[in-house]
Design a protein around this ligand. Structure first.
Ligand SMILES: C[S@@+](CC[C@H](N)C(=O)[O-])C[C@H]1O[C@@H](n2cnc3c(N)ncnc32)[C@H](O)[C@@H]1O
Length: 454
């Protein structure tokens, strides 16, 4: 059984821009980046290209690279291994665990990790025979879905694995085990990533009645172990040890954590305007790793997510823009007027989502403009969207809003046409036929910090 999620799909046309492919799929074979797949994560090579272009190496010991939407830490780990200090914010506790664990991994003792993996294999071989009693760990109460996440046979083994993990005393090793379990658990579950979390039965896949949970997990841990050794060697080549910090909280509170005028480069990708629901799609990990209990995904702080979700704003009174941008207001009005008979499921609901998304963009740019050093670059990867048949050019709008907040909108770099994840747009957003065929694309906008502070 594969230990990789089918988290990434449709091929896209990449465009020659001097930047290498931005899609996460390129990370699958790279040490450390390959620990956890993440939707809309981007590639380590793309980050490298940004570092080379916008943060040349001279005098880099005191340089800070920020990723406000850290995901599983692609920007941070790439900048860290090149000697930059890094700081990130990530609201999803499972993704934050991934990023934190990666940044701590060079402090791990590889032989202690190997001993634990060996101990784990022995424990699982001993415990997982059918006659050997019941695990002490209990399944979480909150995972809700039409299908149980695991078959009874698989669940029993996962619970034994948790028995072992919970007894590991060293927090860094325990976190690595938890992360490895989070990374592989969907592969032996009755769900799959399509790229949204979907019941296997809904996409004509056979149920997983049984699986060698111990073997899948230990294989992943061995791969992680060899990457830990690689990471230690990379860090040993540096003349100094960079600093790294991940806040498992919303970027909107960043000014409570970071000093103004302190960031040398941002490379990031916020949630796109495609309503991809990170908390919902990480329900298995949130519940089984203990980040959420009860129904839903309370630990994932859905309400503080950038852009919110259509589900959380569609029924509200019409959401107004908190700033003035007539071209955007016009698009929102156009969306609001589409399919009005469907109420929150038609234009009015989607217009609320778009307005909320750009209100958060304005909040984001306000914070960013305070954190960036004068002229420092922020590279922000975005995708356009088609909402109720209306194309929303998120990149242009984001750049224009940034300018309203005092940043300079320097450039737009077209990265990919027909990006991954178009199915989300087609199934839930594109209701009307667009008058002309609109190409979905991904681009990076380049912003610059305010030239001087007022
Ligand atoms: C497109 S993904 C970033 C992926 C990342 N570039 C990587 O390679 O892993 C966007 C991320 O933003 C996070 N996010 C959403 N709202 C946030 C907020 N208010 N503060 C911090 N992170 C947030 C989501 O949980 C998601 O992981």
């Amino acid at each position: 059984m594969s230990t990789q999620h089918a988290f990434f799909s449709s091929p896209a046309t990449t465009i020659s821009t001097g930047f290498r492919d931005s899609a996460f799929v390129g990370n699958r074979d790279l040490p450390v980046h390959r620990w956890v797949p993440w939707i809309a994560g981007f590639s380590a090579h793309f980050v490298d290209d940004c570092l080379s272009k916008y943060l040349p190496a001279n005098g880099k010991t005191d340089r800070w690279v920020l990723d406000p939407f850290t995901g599983v830490g692609t920007t941070l780990i790439q900048a860290y291994t090149r000697g930059f200090n890094v700081v990130g914010f990530e609201i999803n506790p499972y993704a934050a665990l991934a990023a934190k664990t990666k940044l701590q991994a060079d402090h791990l003792d590889p032989s202690a990790l190997r001993a634990h993996v060996f101990g784990f294999e022995k424990f699982m071989r001993r415990q997982c025979v059918p006659t050997n009693g019941q695990p002490r760990s209990k399944p979480p109460s909150g995972f809700s879905g039409r299908t149980q996440l695991f078959s009874p046979a698989v669940e029993r083994k996962v619970l034994f694995a948790l028995d072992y993990i919970n007894a590991v005393e060293a927090p860094a090793i325990r976190d690595l085990f938890r992360l490895a379990l989070g990374s592989v658990m969907v592969s032996f579950s009755n769900y799959s990533y399509e790229p949204s979390l979907t019941r296997r039965s809904a996409v004509d896949r056979e149920p997983v009645l049984d699986a060698d949970v111990g073997a899948v997990l230990s294989l992943k841990l061995k791969l992680i172990g060899s990457d830990v050794e690689w990471l230690r060697q990379e860090l040993a080549k540096l003349e100094h040890r960079p600093r790294g910090k991940v806040y498992s909280e919303s970027f909107f509170s960043a000014l409570e954590r970071l000093e103004e005028n302190s960031v040398d480069l941002v490379v990031t990708s916020p949630p796109y305007l495609n309503n991809y629901h990170y908390p919902r799609n990480t329900r298995p990990q949130l519940h089984w790793l203990g980040f959420a209990s009860g129904r839903g995904y309370p630990g994932a702080r859905e309400d503080s997510s950038f852009g919110k979700f259509w589900q959380t704003v569609r029924d509200k009174d019409p959401v107004r823009l908190t700033f003035s941008l007539p071209s955007l207001q016009q698009s929102i009005d156009e969306i609001r007027g589409r399919n009005t008979e469907k109420g929150p499921y038609g234009g009015p609901g989607w217009a609320n989502y778009v307005a909320t998304y750009f209100n958060d963009t304005h909040r984001f740019c306000t914070v960013l403009s305070k954190l960036l050093k004068p002229h420092a670059a922020a590279v922000i990867v975005l995708g356009n969207s088609i909402i109720q048949g209306v194309e929303v050019r998120t990149d242009c709008l984001f750049g224009t809003i940034a300018e309203l907040c005092g940043l300079t909108f320097e450039d737009t770099i077209l990265l990919r046409k027909k990006r991954t994840g178009t199915s989300i747009i087609q199934s839930s957003v594109r209701v009307d036929k667009a008058a002309h065929k609109t190409v979905l694309y991904e681009s990076a906008i380049v912003l610059r910090g305010r030239p001087e502070r007022t």
